[in-house]
Design a binder for this molecule. Structure first.
Ligand SMILES: *Cc1c(COP(=O)(O)O)cnc(C)c1O
Length: 463
């Protein structure tokens, strides 16, 4: 199966524009002033000072005509709204778990899940925990352990499924810590913090087998389930003729539950859910939900949000959409790679990750080469990206600071939002920064909070 555009090179967007948003042009002088006032933290910038916003693909996508029309169908009854039924049916058609618990976004599902199963002495293994997942686990006093395969930590290693979990390491950890201290194993699909790399079906089956041997449950952090399933279809032997929706159902069938952010593959601006098969876990989770999110048939969302998610889930597994999505991300990554900018290979699903340590070898990890590169991309062309490295992961629970495994800068691509000419501009900006890379300087942190410091820390250049 191919797209109608197959004989041509251009990555054609499988949609046309229905409503437009203006983009603000700024001068280099305005940007230098804006980033200084922001304490050199890109999260502190007003988006009106950003031209191309690749800070995150979370909640920043464009909804479709059919999603906006579904919003008009939203029923705002407090309890038992038909929009809840439509939402639940759409979720269960891909993820047939017994209990579906809506939340206002992914981290609310994590907070509830780990409040129930976490706590001191507990350990939660994953391929790589996302930052909010890790923070929610550690907040309960439990330990978050990353067990991605060794290739997943090497930006240059070519492996089709670099998000895979190291099953031998998982088996060893379960032996050492005992099932009573490991409430569940998590697998993040795709592996966001590890470069947006997919997990194979074969690996999910192998993880399931280890979990079964030890009597431990398996949960998916399924934010990018559709992109992961597309990679399985494209790269895994024997999967090429399958429907993506069918692959998703097989992935879900291997797990006992999931957390989800509807701001990612479900193509919405807000939303999420927790799902599981365990009745006792679901009851404990619903009791917490009522405390902080809302009644179990809306969980922090409006009826119209539930409708938009239901429609978004149908569009997320469309082959035309996924082909465009994955190819357009690769288009950016391949251009940077061809120009000699070190990027994580193969190119992931939702983002391109520049290896800042590779591009700026003169800046040591504790002077934050990823932050330095992200600031330079903004100053040069108004492109906002995010550091995924020592700023994000360097502070240890005991208060010490260590270099992260990698210092990356993530260029996250919002879904259905930018065109190929926007991306061509981003490529030009990256090449301009590459040219003056040796002149970039490191940064120090002037102030930081206790948790998730990358969101609010303030920096100063080391000049
Ligand atoms: C975004 C994300 C989350 C958290 O979801 P939010 O909706 O941002 O709270 C959790 N895990 C992964 C892998 C994510 O990408």
């Amino acid at each position: 199966m191919g797209s109608p555009a197959e004989p041509f090179r251009t990555v054609i967007e499988p949609f046309r524009i229905h409503a437009v948003e203006p983009l603000a042009m700024t001068t280099p002088k305005q940007r230098a002033e804006a980033i200084r006032a922001a304490g050199y933290n890109l999260f502190n910038l007003a988006s009106s000072n950003v031209l191309i916003d690749l800070l995150t693909d979370s909640g920043t996508g464009a909804m479709s005509r059919d999603q906006w029309s579904a919003i008009q169908h939203g029923d705002e009854s407090y309890a038992g709204s038909p929009s809840w039924e439509i939402f639940q049916r759409a979720v269960k058609s891909l993820f047939p778990f017994r209990h579906v618990i809506p939340t206002h976004q992914g981290r609310a599902a994590e907070k509830i899940l780990f409040t129930v199963v976490g706590g001191p002495g507990r350990v939660i293994p994953s391929n790589t925990h996302f930052d909010t997942t890790r923070a929610n686990i550690e907040f309960t006093g439990a330990e978050a352990v990353d067990l991605v395969i060794p290739e997943g930590r090497d930006p240059k290693a070519l492996h089709p499924f670099k998000g895979n979990l190291d099953t031998a390491a998982l088996d060893a950890l379960l032996h050492e810590r005992g099932r009573e201290n490991v409430p569940l194993v998590m697998v993040t699909v795709t592996n966001n913090s590890g470069g947006g790399q997919p997990v194979s079906l074969e690996n999910l089956h192998a993880v399931r087998a280890v979990c079964d041997r030890h009597g431990v449950s398996l949960f998916l952090d399924a934010c990018r389930f559709a992109e992961n399933a597309w990679f399985i279809r494209a790269r895994e032997p024997g999967q090429h003729d399958r429907e993506v929706a069918d692959i998703v159902r097989e992935m879900a069938g291997l797990a006992d539950g999931m957390t989800m952010s509807a701001k990612k593959d479900p193509l919405c601006n807000i939303g999420g859910w927790l799902a599981c098969n365990d009745d006792a876990l679901a009851e404990a989770a619903r009791n917490l939900l009522i405390l902080t999110e809302g009644f179990p048939t809306y969980g922090g969302l409006a009826g119209r949000d539930l409708e938009a998610i239901a429609q978004g889930l149908k569009e997320a597994v469309s082959h035309d959409y996924l082909e465009y999505r994955i190819r357009s991300t690769a288009y950016l990554g391949e251009a940077l790679d061809a120009a000699g900018i070190p990027v994580v290979l193969p190119i992931g699903g939702h983002a391109v990750y520049i290896d800042a340590r590779g591009l700026l070898p003169h800046i040591p990890p504790l002077q934050y080469p990823g932050q330095a590169l992200a600031i330079a991309l903004y100053e040069t062309g108004g492109v906002r990206t995010s550091e995924i490295g020592t700023v994000m992961f360097g502070r240890q629970p005991d208060g010490s600071e260590q270099p992260a495994a990698m210092d990356l800068v993530r260029l996250a691509i919002p879904r259905r939002t930018y065109t190929q000419s926007h991306i061509d501009y981003v490529i030009e900006v990256c090449l301009a920064v590459q040219e003056r890379a040796p002149s970039l300087v490191g940064y120090r942190i002037e102030s930081e909070p206790r948790q998730l410091r990358h969101f609010t820390a303030r920096f100063a250049p080391l000049v």
